[in-house]
Design a protein. Structure first.
Length: 735
């Protein structure tokens, strides 16, 4: 019988020899008990039925429909003579037995079918893979240690790398070089190898030369193989304690599980915690024979792949009733906004925008295969000490899936994906970055303006198309990054300067600005009444923080409730615009475009933040998010009105902010600007380029003011006489 493991020899992953007293198949008592357990497994597959459906034999029907593998719930095995206990404690011994039982049951079912149809051909015994599943809570990756070796464990995490498929031998055929004797040796499953005997058991005839030591050569063509792949599973970002590096563990998957998982997928896996001798053991372990590296041989995978329901959505009936009651109240929107960062004073519109970002719009799939994003991106730009980072920290804590990163501490590879070479196999594999790990959640990027320009460009595709394309070291692939981006940035001078133009204050390329649905200019306004209110609010926050243990618990319960509600709304609700709301939105967009065109005609200046179709889509997403907050499946006129109001108070205000170039120009200033233009043209030939800083310094030595030179450059830029390159750092003369 060609099964995954033969019934004759049973062994543990770790033991270097077969189990049993005399090194054979064990004593007769052990063989008898194995036979009994094999019979129980066969009975279970044939006759298990749930109480509510006594005539439906679940596993028997499943096996007939899909003879390659059988998905078994450990809870069902527990009800059937506590068979699950055997698999939990000695999975290496009893899982092959279970697979043998499944193969034998399948063979008998097939022969019965063949008998009924009159075909008398011998049915071949198929190989069946048993996959286990369970409802129990998964263990922490950090808690796995020596006591778990050879036991069944359940852990969850995120796949960060997947190797290519390899062929793993289940049986190796050996040929003796001397006497041509053939021997078949079983291989240990997972990452274990075969134990090749040192000597040949052939008894030499008189006059024959005895076989030497190590006479065996492997005959690959006559060995038996299965597909195998290794994955790297990392802790979920939300489970990593602060200050710790995320842990990862090696997974070995085989047969039906191969090539089902791509990097960035969140998994809950059941497997056998095993150990193997690493070929590239570090120098500190050289010669340490007893040191082994742990890995998990996977025997069951559950995938949480839909980006909107990445966390298991096991809501109780009471919770659902409470959520529906909350959503039906007239002031649900106000109540949600009051729960957003309650420790921050004011900033009501920013809180509303953050609420929209947490709930998100609806993802759409067009008939031609194009996907439209539903995630909302928000940029907070402004003075220091205006609680921008506090908003980011609140979102990281509240979003069901979130990754927090800072601009200076992030590289393009760290945000998107990197290609790494494995030391032992020398093969390249892919590791997902922050935006892949946060698939289905939020990426919070602080100090967005401190990022290197080339790193910022790397997330263009991730923010709009929600994919990350990689073409490095022969690996060409596309990863999902269905995430919202919440970014915080300071203007170039550190503070928002009202005497500068919007273009100078928002020193980011229009290509990245157009990808943000809402852009807020957050200013530190010096008003006596406001300062007094903020001061009293902050004193109150400090005085009450952690005053009693009960208080802290109440706050965290509030946060947790919001997290669960967001999760429920994202899973259950996918709103669409009503017809009247769509018409209203269309008219508003056309009007905004007309206003922007009129403004640029009057001033002769292009808008810093372009208002394009992307901004129209942004208002659609905001309307859907507002509908989602109240579990409404239709975004109506009221939602659109509020979305347009938010958009006007954020992005439109930002576009109009700062002073205009051509207002308050005195004749003296106009004359100075003309002089500056002449000097720039004299200094730069057509087609030449110079650093903007160097040009300003050189003209400054001639007595020209920096702001005058900058204005002259801007005016020349609008006339298309010069152009900026490399994030406005280099000036190129065109005409």
């Amino acid at each position: 019988m060609s099964g995954w493991d033969e019934g004759a020899i049973f062994y543990s992953d770790q033991a270097q020899f077969p189990r049993g007293g005399n090194g054979g198949g064990g004593d007769s008592e052990q063989a008898a008990s194995r036979h009994t357990i094999l019979r129980k497994f066969k009975e279970f597959i044939r006759s298990y039925a749930r109480k509510d459906q006594p005539n439906v034999f679940l596993y028997r029907e499943s096996l007939v429909q899909n003879p390659k593998f059988l998905l078994v719930d450990l809870a069902d095995l527990c009800k059937y003579d506590n068979l699950d206990e055997l698999l939990r404690t000695s999975p290496t011994d009893y899982l092959p037995l279970f697979e043998t039982a499944a193969a034998e049951v399948l063979a008998s079912l097939r022969s019965r079918v063949a008998g009924e149809t009159g075909e008398m051909e011998e049915p071949e015994t198929g190989e069946v893979q048993i996959l286990l599943t369970s409802d129990e809570d998964s263990a922490s990756m950090r808690s796995l240690g020596a006591p778990y070796i050879s036991k069944l464990v359940k852990i969850s995490g995120i796949t960060i790398a997947a190797s290519r498929t390899k062929a793993k031998a289940t049986y190796v055929t050996l040929l003796c070089k001397n006497c041509k004797n053939v021997k078949t040796v079983p291989c240990r499953p997972g990452l274990g190898g075969a134990i090749v005997p040192r000597s040949c058991d052939h008894v030499p005839q008189p006059g024959e030369e005895p076989c030497p030591l190590d006479p065996w050569i492997v005959v690959p063509d006559r060995s038996k193989y299965v597909d195998q792949q290794t994955l790297k599973l990392q802790e979920n970002p939300e489970d990593v304690p602060t200050g710790e590096l995320p842990r990862n563990i090696l997974l070995s998957v085989d047969r039906q599980l191969v090539q089902t998982i791509v990097p960035g997928t969140r998994l809950t896996i059941m497997g056998i915690y095993s150990i193997f001798q690493a070929s590239n053991s570090s120098t500190s372990h050289k010669g340490a024979v007893a040191i082994r590296q742990p890995y998990i041989r996977v025997v069951g995978i559950e995938e949480a792949n839909d980006a909107d329901s990445r966390c298991p959505a096991n809501f109780t009936a009471d919770e659902i009733e409470e959520f529906k009651k909350f959503a039906s109240e007239g002031n649900a929107y106000q109540n949600i906004c009051s729960k957003i960062a309650p420790s921050i004073f004011g900033h009501d519109d920013v809180k509303k925008a953050v609420a929209c970002l947490l709930f998100g719009g609806s993802r759409k799939f067009l008939p031609d295969g194009v996907k439209l994003r539903g995630d909302i991106n928000v940029l907070l730009l402004g003075d220091p000490s205006t609680a921008k980072s506090q908003f980011l920290k609140f979102v990281e804590k509240t979003a069901p899936i979130a990754v927090y990163t800072s601009g200076k501490g992030s590289s393009a590879a760290g945000l998107t994906a990197s290609v790494i070479r494995d030391n032992s196999s020398r093969e390249f594999y892919l590791e997902g970055g922050a935006m892949v790990l946060a698939d289905g959640g939020v990426v919070c990027i602080d100090e967005f303006d401190k990022m290197r320009p080339e790193d910022r460009v790397a997330i263009h595709e991730a923010m709009e198309q929600q994919t990350i394309s990689i073409a490095k070291a022969g690996i060409t692939t596309v990863l999902n990054s269905r995430t919202s981006v919440l970014a915080a940035a300071n203007p170039p001078s550190g503070r928002y300067d009202d005497l500068k133009t919007a273009q100078d204050n928002i020193d980011l390329q229009t290509t990245i600005l157009s990808r943000f649905d809402l852009i807020f200019i957050v200013k530190d306004i010096r008003l006596y009444s406001q300062d007094k209110s903020i001061a009293s609010h902050i004193i109150k926050v400090h005085a009450s923080a952690g005053a009693t243990r009960g208080e802290t618990t109440r706050v965290s319960k509030e946060d947790n409730w919001l997290k669960r509600y967001i999760q429920y709304c994202r899973t259950e609700c996918k709103p669409r615009l009503s017809d009247s709301a769509a018409t209203m939105l269309q008219e508003s967009y056309v009007k905004i475009r007309q206003d922007m065109r009129r403004q640029s005609n009057e001033t002769g200046e292009a808008a810093v933040i372009p208002i394009t179709v992307r901004q129209l889509e942004a208002i659609v997403r905001l309307s859907e998010a507002l509908a989602k907050m109240t579990l409404s499946h239709v975004a109506n006129d009221n939602h659109v009105v509020e979305a347009i109001r938010l958009f006007n108070n954020a992005t439109m205000d930002a576009a109009r902010s700062g002073i205009n170039q051509h207002i308050n120009l005195t004749p003296e200033m106009a004359n100075e600007i003309k002089q500056a233009e002449t000097q720039i043209k004299r200094r730069m030939g057509i087609g030449s380029h110079i650093s903007e800083r160097r040009l300003i310094d050189e003209l400054g030595r001639m007595g020209l003011n920096e702001s005058i030179v900058r204005r002259a450059l801007l005016i020349m830029h609008q006339r298309d006489e010069v152009e900026y390159k490399r994030e406005r750092r280099v000036v190129v003369r065109k005409a």
